[in-house]
Design a protein around this ligand. Structure first.
Ligand code: ATP
Length: 292
């Protein structure tokens, strides 16, 4: 039997890192949202083959242990099914190394798929705990719904649906290595964000408060290395986005619009400046895909 899981991209409405743990990991405070730009991950499992086989339609991506989806299958195999092989096929739609968590989304999709295929009945918190061993964004991607994410990424508190809005995503040509950006953080100089207020704005569906409190503490760092980030953000605002900011460690910039006609205008205008532009909605909640 095969399962096809949708693996949605994420954006960060708010992102801050208050400190670095003694083991070198970062403490995060983020408000994250899944959007309707998704990879499709097909997973099957049987005992005629005991290994893990992964294929993607993007030739340059790793198809071995370096692929986060492969790592997810390996963890699940070690924990629950010594002799069951896993075959994975990934149809990529999420731009790579863009700050949209594509690798983490694929890994979370494999966790959800194997949970169903092997009838494990793990709840989302249990899948998120396994996911944290792969990458700090995987726990959120297990939920893929608006959430406040803290700790090393493992504390995920759902916030409910966003107010109605459209999202324009623009990915400049540059690909950003997250570890390289994180190494540049100087805690003494970071402009911290009020992430709690952004979470509260989502909880209350208070669009005005949301637009006024959003922010990404990494934007200044990535924007200094890649000036296209600042340029794209300014263009988005100039074309009429209610608010614009970078997602994750970049370089993708997103704009939010509460009106569809305005979002379409921003989308069409940006296409002259940037090759990769998408007009999407926040994802519908995925909760029904997992056992709790
Ligand atoms: P993050 O901020 O978590 O690094 P990102 O969206 O910026 O996320 P990804 O698209 O996940 O970046 O890719 C980052 C790196 O992860 C790439 O260099 C890529 O080779 C590697 N990678 C591993 N598995 C995957 C996957 N399934 N899809 C995309 N990239 C993957």
């Amino acid at each position: 039997m095969d399962i096809i899981e949708k693996a949605p991209a994420k954006i960060n409405l708010s992102l801050d890192t208050p400190f670095r743990h003694l083991d070198g990991d970062l403490e995060w405070r983020m408000v994250m949202v899944a959007v309707d730009l998704a990879d499709y991950v097909q997973v099957s499992s049987d005992d005629r083959f005991t290994g893990i086989k992964l294929e993607t339609d993007m030739g340059f991506l790793p198809q071995d242990y370096h692929n986060l989806a492969y790592q997810a299958a390996k963890k699940m195999q070690q924990l629950f099914a010594g002799h069951q092989g896993v075959q994975i096929q990934i149809q990529k739609k999420i731009p790579v190394a863009a700050g949209m968590g594509g690798g983490s989304a694929d890994a979370a999709a494999v966790l959800r798929a194997l949970n169903k295929l092997w009838k494990l009945k793990l709840n989302r918190a249990q899948l998120a705990e396994i996911g944290l061993q792969i990458d700090s964004d995987v726990p959120f991607c297990v939920y893929s719904e608006p959430a406040l994410v803290t700790g090393k990424g493992e504390k995920v508190v759902p916030l409910g649906e966003l107010p109605v809005m459209w999202i324009i995503l623009a990915k400049p040509k540059a690909s950003v290595s997250t570890p390289t950006i994180l190494k540049k953080i100087s805690y003494a100089q970071l402009a911290h964000q009020d992430v709690g207020q952004v979470a509260e704005a989502v909880r209350r569906k208070d669009e005005e408060l949301l637009f006024h409190t959003m922010g990404n503490t990494l934007e200044e760092i990535t924007g200094t290395v890649f000036p296209e980030v600042k340029k794209l953000k300014n263009k988005m605002l100039e074309f009429g986005a209610d608010v614009a900011q970078m997602t994750g460690s970049g370089p993708t910039v997103f704009g939010l619009c509460s009106k569809y006609s305005r979002a379409q205008h921003v989308y069409n205008s940006l296409k002259g400046f940037c090759e990769e532009v998408y007009l999407v909605r926040p994802c519908k909640l995925l909760s029904e895909n997992v056992s709790s």
